[in-house]
Write a protein that binds this ligand. Structure first.
Ligand code: GLA
Length: 730
């Protein structure tokens, strides 16, 4: 049993393999949080301490007991209006302006299997793999019901949370905030690890102590964004890659999320995560329900490396769906950096021929095949094939590429509209824009109002009309601006638009996935502006960044790896000098870095010399040789690109019988500089490993204690790859 209920003390215990989560419906029927930490047995209600503290108010039902204050007690889903002055998970306003609610425990249900949510992505699991707890709280005076959902996957050390808020009153209610998860710790110090960035340097790593200054991390952009990724990790201050306690909270949501972290004056820590409250005022008519998207919680006592592996396994086994679940994805050649908008069908066929010659699997036609689209100022919204430009129907192009023995993919940007498009001329109201004002433009395009069904239907009809006659094996689903003008001309309240937009997006992704069940979808947003676990439920891989510079990619992929499997990170080898940075890196380095992702090429092979082509063929062979380690093994960060002159990582098979170590030297000094050793992690101490390249033998303990010396070779940005196999058993 993963979920236990002690009916005497009214304590709920969620047990996973290595963690325990506990809460209690107290004598006032309030749901208090007791514990989330290493696995333990028995009741943890002793963590509740009661003292009369100044300026910590007492709710009316506490009577004369001045020691009962929600300002100090750890809570499961704190709401505004109860005398708790910390950050709230739930903020409600009635139509006549009454603010606040105080929902109390009413009932609960424990059931087999994992719950699902209508219209939103969730972790899924078999009936025997998971259990669900639903706790119902109500506040009759405010007319509100809160259902807290918990999914427990004991084997995976995963607990999921989400909340449904229902209006039980006659009059409408407005939600100002309805977060997905709240964690209150009565003691302890934590660092907050989060991922920030911009287009071209997504998921930059930062680690800051949680202090008495409240930190709010937020996306106000309508998407998960380049600027704040919806993954946060609370780590004890001495936690490293290989030791120490840490807890991850990861949203399955692709709209804007927010996280709040603060230590209260009594040294308790509150951490929260959920839908961004920016421009959020969600109306609920009588009987209507708002669903706060799912948050995944995961804990490790063995450091950040182990935590990332658990999150990776959850995404691989319980979030990714569709034809490429548990499958290696094809090596592709993408036309974007090869020719941008400047192509016709002949050029594409030429790229395909070159790709085949290099043993690439898939040819992708990026932006520019539809409508009037010779640059990025027009055409979005017109999803009909530009046969004049291609010189042939898309079906013919796709057939010809297939006839060469390659699969075929194309690019779309379904959520956008150019003012210079037939769609905009026919339906200017389809764009999100504020009446009476010029729209705010970005990449000279506007965002379609996906909160409206007819808009989504129009795009679906157009895209399927173009794709149906062709064999499309891969779709790149792009999104190239943030939402700034939040106004839908059919919404009853603008405070719902950003959330409803995301439901519209998920609805369309679901329909496209069903229509083309064998198609691989890669999502994208100006690179990695929508790299989140919600998108991974619909798209097997996500373009990690428009920055293809191998050295910058070390940081981007390092940060991303804290919460996402490496093989979901779109990564390509591009030409040098790099288009974005002008940097020159060896082809071998570019190959090794891209191999830590989906792997593909984004260049014009016709411009390469014979030696480079031969090296690419070898790279592709190597990818095929180690792809099972990359896709199904454990990825470990062995050093940090922020603090180390060498960035190293490894992929180890689950049975520890083999692993590959990769290292890229980003700094090189005069030849006498000290030898750099790369220390491995996660190996059995007593195992012996042989390095394939030279037959050298190492014990697991030595590899982790001392590591392997990195050769000191001249030349910028050299990269290394070594393959080790276990030799001490058959
Ligand atoms: C975005 C993507 C690129 C490319 C262009 C096309 O920037 O991230 O990979 O597809 O759009 O316009």
């Amino acid at each position: 049993m993963a979920i236990l209920f002690d009916s005497t003390k009214r304590i709920f215990t969620l047990q996973t393999g290595t963690s325990t989560y506990q809460m209690q419906a107290d004598s006032h029927d309030r749901l208090l949080h007791l514990y989330y930490g290493r696995r333990t047995e028995g009741s943890m209600d002793y963590v509740l301490t009661f003292r009369d503290r100044g300026f910590c108010p007492n709710p009316p039902d506490a009577g004369t007991d001045r020691t009962y204050s929600l300002d100090c007690l750890p809570q499961e889903y704190p709401s505004q209006g109860t005398g708790d002055f910390r950050s709230q998970a739930l903020m409600v306003e009635t139509k006549d302006g009454k603010i606040g609610c105080d929902p109390r425990y009413v009932s609960h249900k424990i059931q087999k299997g994992k719950y699902a949510l209508q219209g939103l992505p969730t972790v899924y699991a078999g009936e025997e793999e998971a259990e669900t707890l639903i706790i119902t709280l109500e506040d009759p005076a405010a007319g509100i019901r809160v259902e807290l959902f918990y999914g427990v996957l004991p084997e995976s050390d995963i607990i999921t949370r989400c909340a449904k808020i229902t209006n039980l009153a006659e009059e409408p209610l407005y939600l100002h905030r309805a977060l997905s998860a709240n964690l209150d710790f009565v003691t302890g110090h934590y660092d907050l690890i989060s991922l920030y960035g911009y287009q071209g340097l997504e998921r930059s790593f930062q680690r800051n102590p949680v202090t008495h200054t409240e930190q709010t991390l937020i996306s106000r952009r309508g998407t998960s964004s380049h600027q704040f990724n919806p993954l946060c990790i609370l780590a004890e201050p001495d936690t490293t890659e290989t030791a120490g306690a840490c807890i991850a909270v990861q949203m399955l949501y692709s709209g804007g999320s927010m996280a709040v972290a603060a230590m209260d004056p009594f040294e308790g820590t509150r951490f929260q995560m959920g839908v961004s409250d920016y421009a959020f005022r969600y109306p609920l008519a009588k009987g209507e329900t708002f669903t706060a998207p799912e948050a995944v919680l995961c804990r490790s006592g063995n450091g950040l490396g182990d935590l990332s592996i658990k999150l990776t396994d959850c995404i691989r086994g319980h979030i990714i769906r569709g034809p490429y679940k548990n499958k290696v994805t094809p090596v592709l050649l993408n036309s974007w950096e090869a020719c941008y908008f400047d192509f016709d069908g002949k050029k594409i066929l030429d790229l395909a021929k070159q790709a085949k010659d290099l043993d690439i699997d898939l040819l992708v036609v990026d932006d520019g095949w539809f409508g009037k689209r010779d640059d990025d100022n027009s055409g979005l919204g017109d999803w009909y094939v530009n046969e004049k430009k291609l010189g042939m129907p898309l079906s013919e192009l796709s057939e010809k590429v297939h006839a060469m023995g390659l699969s075929f993919g194309i690019w779309v940007e379904p959520e956008m509209i150019s003012e210079d498009s037939d769609l905009y001329r026919a339906h200017p109201d389809y764009a999100l824009r504020i009446p009476g004002r010029e729209p705010v433009r970005s990449r000279n395009q506007l965002v379609l109002d996906f909160s409206r069904k007819e808009v989504v239907d129009n795009v679906f009809a157009q895209i399927t009309k173009s794709l149906d006659p062709c064999q499309i094996d891969y779709l790149k689903w792009d999104y190239n601006r943030s939402i700034s003008d939040i106004y839908s001309c059919t919404a009853d309240d603008q405070g719902r638009v950003l959330y409803d937009y995301v439901l519209g997006l998920y609805g369309l992704l679901e329909r496209i996935g069903k229509r083309y069940p064998n198609m691989l979808i890669e999502s994208c947003s100006g690179g990695g502006g929508r790299f989140d676990a919600g998108m991974l439920a619909y798209s097997r891989q996500i373009w990690c960044s428009d920055n293809t510079d191998a050295i910058d990619r070390l940081r981007i992929q390092y940060g991303t790896s804290f919460g996402y499997p490496c093989e979901t990170m779109g990564a390509h080898v591009s030409k040098v000098p790099n288009e974005q940075s002008g940097r020159i890196t060896p082809l071998s380095t570019r190959g090794i870095v891209a191999m830590a992702g989906t792997f593909g090429y984004e260049l014009d092979p016709a411009k390469l010399g014979g030696e480079e082509k031969a090296e690419i063929r070898e790279q592709i062979k190597e990818r095929r040789r180690i792809q099972n380690l990359i896709f199904f093994g454990d990825y470990r960060r062995l050093s940090s690109p922020y603090t180390d002159p060498v960035t190293a990582w490894s992929y180890t098979s689950k049975d520890r019988s083999e692993f590959v170590v990769n290292a890229v030297r980003t700094e090189l000094h005069f030849g006498d500089e000290p030898t750099k050793f790369i220390r491995l992690a996660g190996l059995p101490e007593d195992a012996m490993y042989r390095r394939e390249e030279d037959g050298a033998l190492f014990s697991g303990a030595a590899l982790m204690e001392v590591g392997i010396p990195l050769p000191h070779e001249r030349g910028d940005y050299r990269a290394y790859a070594w393959h080790f196999t276990r030799t001490d058993r058959a």
